[in-house]
Design a protein around this ligand. Structure first.
Ligand SMILES: NC(=O)C1=CN([C@@H]2O[C@H](COP(=O)(O)OP(=O)(O)OC[C@H]3O[C@@H](n4cnc5c(N)ncnc54)[C@H](O)[C@@H]3O)[C@@H](O)[C@H]2O)[C@H](O)CC1
Ligand SMILES: [K+]
Length: 534
């Protein structure tokens, strides 16, 4: 049984779902006022805990400036509170009051003339405490920290002046900004910037993770993101999400539970999966090696690698444990024909991963594997060739599992008619999967994986260190190895794909920590895969 915290940390909701969950809590008797007190109290406590040294954007603040210490001296730390018209502003005002009583020097920026009732009451009380309140940006005194409570999940339309230009000016100040719920100006679901948005240093996401936190376009606005768990009952979450296709964050616990560990004490190599990699060309020999090394790290029982004949000895020297199948090659050095060992055909394997380094000259090979009845991963040139064949029509004819691993460019070539690829990556990957019947992994800063029923997994953390040639080849091999090992087990394919993507990201994160973001070439990455698990 997963504990509550683990379950909550997996959930990702839209603004509409969050509102429905909130409605249930209020309908059950929880007073709105009490919930706001509780949530904002937790935020105020966190603000006091975060050490100034963890604040990346504090350029203007010497690291020893005690602006966040528990009991600042009078006049010590100055905190500006940005208050919007809704309950996001109400949260901010409760934070203002709490920090005021803890000895912080507070001022409030409240540019809206009409506030929701509860927000208005909190503003009135803050005023009665003598906290200065300003309506225009020009009046604002200096501060060491800004708390952004302008808008939360209630933002409905593009921001316009004067608030839009106020946000732009606030972003220009070299002062850290902590956003409540999400940076004001971001669309809660797509993560799009609605006119303009606060560039936060830190964001406290309230209650449940909102979808925007996993959309690439939002990342540069979010800063460091943290979930403030305010005890939303799981029953309310379940009641609202019910049968809707889920969007889930993959956590370490879920990934580890999906890995084929521990192995059964009595087994043999073919029971632990037989993977066929089809990759490489004279032009792209390295891709085949990296794919092989990714597969090696998966622990797959048996690894066969089909490459053009002229690459055979190179592959043997790098992967002595693998069965290297040298194939006849075209004049350009691509695989011309799959020449598998005697008594072997494509159905002999538990999974096939096809594509890295093939070149488009290997088109007949990709056509052949698509016709096979073996679970298949297509990557790189495998995807480009599929796109030329017409991805959706081709995949609809295929019965066994297909996994596609495109980056954004490949995705657009594969699914030119999926409208949302730039605007909403999560929705785009979901549509691609439902339309094609494949499991689709869309690579990015936050990789998203969808199954044909519309369920989505998101890899919640990664590193730009992985934006490097060959890193995708490693993922294809790793994923192939895991898929082959899972062949006899009842594990949903998308869980395996998400686990491989999570593992790949974790290896990148660990390698970048030890070697900087510049030190994570694809070969080095393969050396960190096992380390990332131990
Ligand atoms: N999740 C929870 O259970 C809790 C959430 N809390 C906080 O409440 C906000 C959501 O509050 P809400 O009042 O619904 O929305 P906002 O504060 O985001 O603001 C809506 C407010 O703004 C107006 N508006 C919308 N778009 C614009 C625009 N472009 N320009 C100007 N005005 C705009 C709109 O008409 C509304 O009046 C959530 O994020 C949390 O921070 C609770 O405090 C705790 C429980
Ligand atoms: K906000």
């Amino acid at each position: 049984m997963q504990n509550r915290q683990e379950k909550i940390s997996q959930v990702v909701v839209t603004a509409g779902q969050m509102r429905d969950i909130e409605k249930r809590i209020f309908a059950a008797g929880m007073p709105v006022v009490a919930l706001m007190e509780k949530v904002a109290g937790l935020i105020a406590r966190r603000i006091q805990e975060i050490p100034p040294t963890s604040v990346k954007k504090a350029y203007s603040v010497p690291l020893n400036t005690p602006f966040l210490r528990e009991s600042p001296q009078a006049g010590g730390s100055r905190v500006g509170i940005l208050v919007g018209p809704g309950h996001n502003g109400g949260d901010a005002l409760v934070v203002a009051r709490e920090l005021h009583f803890r000895g912080y020097e507070i001022w409030i920026y409240s540019p809206f003339s009409k506030l929701k009732e509860l927000t208005s009451q909190h503003l009135q009380y803050a005023q009665s405490l003598g906290i200065p309140i300003y309506q225009t940006i020009e009046q604002l005194p200096d501060s060491d920290l800004l708390i952004d409570g302008l808008f939360g999940f209630g933002l409905e339309r593009n921001l316009t002046d004067p608030i839009a230009s106020a946000i732009n000016q606030l972003n220009e100040l070299s002062v850290p900004i902590y956003s409540i719920d999400l940076p004001s100006g971001l669309h809660t679901d797509t993560g799009e910037v609605l006119g303009t948005a606060i560039r936060a240093t830190y964001t406290f996401c309230l209650g449940l993770w909102k979808l925007a936190f996993f959309q690439d376009q939002a990342l540069e606005y979010l800063g460091k993101a943290e979930l403030i768990d305010f005890d939303i009952p799981l029953a309310d979450v379940e009641a609202v999400l019910k049968d809707a296709p889920r969007i889930k964050r993959i956590t370490r616990a879920t990934a580890l539970a999906t890995l084929p560990l521990p192995r059964p004490p009595v087994t043999h190599k073919y029971k632990e999966g037989h993977l066929l990699l089809i990759c490489g060309s004279r032009r792209y020999a390295g891709g085949a090696i990296l794919t092989g090394l990714g597969a090696r790290a998966s622990g797959v029982g048996m690894l066969s690698i089909a490459v053009p004949e002229s690459l055979k000895s190179l592959l043997v020297s790098h992967l002595p444990e693998a069965l290297i199948v040298g194939c006849p090659e075209t004049e350009t050095g691509a695989i011309a024909q799959l020449q598998l060992p005697e008594n072997t055909d494509l159905s002999s394997f538990n999974a096939i991963a096809c594509g890295p380094g093939l070149t488009r000259d290997a088109t007949p090979i990709v056509q052949e594997v698509i016709k096979s009845d073996c679970p298949l991963i297509l990557d790189a040139d495998g995807l480009n060739i599929l796109a030329q064949m017409g991805a959706i029509a081709t995949l609809k004819k295929r019965q066994p599992v297909t996994v596609l691993t495109p980056h954004t460019g490949e995705f657009q070539r594969l699914f030119p008619d999926v409208p949302d690829a730039k605007h909403d990556r999560v929705q785009a990957v979901r549509e691609a999967a439902t339309q094609s019947g494949a499991v689709v992994l869309l690579k990015g800063a936050r990789t998203a994986i969808a199954n044909p029923q519309g369920a989505v997994w998101i890899v919640p953390e990664s590193t730009p260190a992985l934006a490097r040639g060959g890193s995708g080849d490693v993922l294809t091999g790793l994923l192939g190895g895991l898929l082959a090992q899972a062949a006899t087990k009842q594990i949903p394919v998308e869980d395996i794909v998400a686990t491989a993507a999570w593992w790949h990201s974790q290896a990148g994160i660990l390698a970048a920590q030890e070697r900087t973001e510049l030190g994570v070439d694809a070969f080095t990455l393969t050396q960190y895969l096992i380390k990332a698990l131990t």
